[in-house]
Design a protein around this ligand. Structure first.
Ligand code: NAD
Length: 419
């Protein structure tokens, strides 16, 4: 079956949620279209002295609730369709957790693995300068953050370049920065921490009567989000029984030793290494394991119409953006498998980015406990709001989350007199 593009996937979900909300054509259009699209071929210098040109994007979806917010990814497959879908989902994500920001996303079509550290710095500066000179970014306009293949260090270069363009300090123009230049405590692990708060809160309902040691988990993706999530689960006594990366998976006899797997990944480049108590499995086999929870923390579109029927988990938690297609959603719902959607499950990252922006604007630095306590309250409240709306509409949690996010944006548009 031909795969939907990420934006087609978003539109299909939008239509389903739009039907629940009885949207007018004008309201539907406001969610379908982005307010502003910046698209430019940018140029940077390679170490050889040669100039390289790459396609760069920034999509600003909806600002009814506040300035645009969303990451910048460097990836060879980045394209306008993908960036548009991610910007639209960012609008909804900000509103699921009820922060006063809108949705944006950036992308540069390049494989950074082939670049040296100094080439990455020059690329990062070129991207941000192009956007700054075009008036795209700003502390009250559009506040980027890290995403796939972009790091706190890259945020540092981008901030520095921005301040050169505007001629003054403005740390709140970008989040996910290193602590020393205005980053927030707790930001580096906030996506997984937020996902964990949502998971524990929902587990009380969906795994009532079970203790953590009885709950088995398989995790696809052992990068920033997946490995950190594995660590948090493990430290709270949950039984992580399998993890994978792009080269394959490790299936552990009883439960995985997460720090041993991190060492294996560091030393051998992958978790898929056979040893006592560990057998190697493929990613497709991991998706079909009989576990309580399947965490998707790698790529979009990995659970689709052709393999959703094989999933045997009771719950799927989407730490990645868009890992379950619309067609797969229908199949999973019929099988009674609960899908905790990305715009709720991975919203911890943007929530702590929002905290960072607030701290920068007031010149304050919050304690780590304070950040995590606030995050926990936000994530639990959002999870409950999503569950309530899903029950009200007899729908999936994804539709509950879409309806929640869309309702808040519609209300903000109405209050601004926008039709
Ligand atoms: P990452 O690059 O650090 O990790 C990705 C992991 O997926 C790696 O272990 C990689 O080996 C694995 N992988 C790649 N291709 C795979 C394949 N074909 N099969 C199985 N595994 C594969 O990236 P990340 O930052 O952890 O992000 C992962 C996902 O989570 C992305 O969708 C990202 O947008 C989303 N996300 C991340 C954050 C964050 O804070 N890191 C926040 C929100 C959303």
């Amino acid at each position: 079956m031909a795969k939907n593009t990420p934006f087609e996937n978003y539109l299909k979900n939008l239509k389903k949620a739009g039907a629940l909300l009885s949207l007018t054509d004008g309201q539907f259009k406001a969610f379908q279209e982005s307010e502003n699209i910046f698209e430019k071929e940018i140029e940077f210098e390679l170490d050889s002295g040669e100039k390289k040109k790459v396609n760069a994007y920034r999509v600003q979806h909806n600002s009814a609730r506040g300035p645009y917010k969303g990451g910048i990814r460097f990836h060879q497959d980045a394209n306008l369709d993908e960036v548009k879908s991610l910007a639209s989902l960012m609008s909804l994500k900000c509103d699921v957790v009820d922060i006063t920001l809108g949705g944006g996303k950036g992308g540069v079509e390049i494989d950074p693995k082939g670049l040296s550290a100094s080439e990455i710095e020059r690329l990062s500066r070129a991207y941000f300068r192009a956007g700054a000179e075009a008036g795209i970014f700003g502390v009250d306009r559009d506040i980027p953050a890290p995403d796939v293949n972009t790091t706190p260090q890259i945020m540092g270069y981008m901030l520095d370049e921005y301040e050169k363009v505007i001629g003054k300090k403005e740390p709140g123009v970008i989040t996910g920065k290193p602590l020393e230049i205005g980053g927030s405590r707790g930001r580096s692990y906030s996506t997984s921490q937020g996902g964990f708060y949502v998971f524990e809160y929902l587990a009380k309902e969906y795994f009532a009567g079970k203790v953590p040691a009885d709950i088995t988990v398989a995790i696809q993706g052992f990068g920033n989000a997946g490995a950190e999530f594995a660590r948090v689960l493990h430290s709270h006594g949950y039984r992580v029984v399998a993890v994978s990366d792009s080269r394959g998976g490790a299936h552990c006899e009883n439960m995985c030793d997460i720090s041993a797997l991190e060492n294996t990944k560091r030393e051998k480049g992958s978790v898929a290494v056979e040893s006592a108590g560990i057998s190697i499995i493929t990613n497709e086999e991991l998706l079909a394991l009989e576990v309580d929870v399947l965490v998707l923390a790698a790529l979009d579109g990995v659970v689709h119409a052709d393999n959703a029927g094989a999933v045997r988990a009771k719950m799927i938690l989407e730490l990645a953006n868009g890992p379950v297609t619309v067609e797969a959603d229908d199949i999973l719902q019929k099988k009674g498998i609960v899908v905790v959607p990305d715009i709720l499950a991975n919203a911890g990252g943007v929530s702590v980015s929002y905290f960072e922006w607030v701290q920068n604007r007031s010149g304050d630095q919050w304690e780590e406990d304070y950040v995590n306590n606030r995050l926990q309250k936000m994530m639990e409240k959002s999870a409950q709001d999503v569950v309530d709306l899903a029950k009200k509409h007899a729908s999936s949690l994804r539709m509950g989350a879409f309806v929640l996010g869309m309702s808040r944006i519609m209300r903000a548009m109405e209050l601004r007199g926008r039709k």
